[in-house]
Design a protein around this ligand. Sequence first.
Ligand code: INS
Ligand code: FE2
Ligand code: FE2
Length: 312
Amino acid sequence: MAPSAIDPAPLHSDRDGQALEDLSDNIDTVNLLKAQLKKERHMLEKSQFDADKDKTQFRQYEDACDRVKDFYREQHEKQTVAYNLKARNDFKSKTRAEMSIWQAIEKLNTLIDESDPDTSLSQIEHLLQSAEAIRRDGKPRWMQLTGLIHDLGKLLFFYGAEGQWDVVGDTFPVGCAFDERIIYPDTFKANPDHDHPIYGTKNGIYTPGCGLDNVMLSWGHDEYLYHIVKDQSTLPAEALAMIRYHSFYPWHSAGAYMEFMNEHDQKMLEAVRAFNPYDLYSKSDDVPSVETLKPYYLELIDEFFPNKIIRW
Ligand SMILES: O[C@H]1[C@H](O)[C@@H](O)[C@H](O)[C@@H](O)[C@H]1O
Ligand SMILES: [Fe+2]
Ligand SMILES: [Fe+2]
């Protein structure tokens, strides 16, 4: 007998059971896809390269506060060839501290960077913001770690620096003429090297094509950390360049000093430029939760630093 309209269809046949199972599998798949879509949309919205993020609001040095202007006036006056030779010598002559990368991150947290017009967050937050932005965009693990550690050289401040002028801020070559594309170029007039018979000339002590490895950049957190990471990690050349040149804005962003580059530097310039937005524009992201992120990054550190304790 055919089932009447009000009789529910019998569900216990094997065929019906299978159909029901298939249906619920399909619903699961749809839900999974929906969740994934939502996550991807969120990631896209958070991407550093989101078109509606106003990048023109960063690095506005003309409108910067006196703290920033005073910082650069002092730095541009005091970063000389003589000072750089002395700082590099001091650096090689001793180990300043021994501690893990995470301990270093925590120690750095008490520093407020006087050169930075764009962030009011602490250093640990800036490091995590950079790393998280790189991770969110699906970049390789070595680059995420580079984001996490790139400013750890600021630890120098606690180990015999003369102030912040020899630790933070943009970098530039010493030993040749100071380029107009460095921020606050006029402040170099007070630098003793400005009118030096050799250091004051266009190429100074360098020759075109000599390679940036042979060009002495102003001493600070980039150069210091570069040497430490080069000797004590397995991070690739691109990571080392990102660390060493991330503050060299006159070069990677303004196009100055290109004549000193060699072939290797051309490749490294691409890497440094790829890194820069994560350093700069992540400063406006949400404040990251240190405790939640810590386990992920501790594992990442172990992957590229064979020894837990680093000689700083
Ligand atoms: O003020 C900032 C800050 O000190 C950064 O760490 C440095 O990399 C930048 O070049 C500089 O502009
Ligand atoms: Fe930096
Ligand atoms: Fe930074």
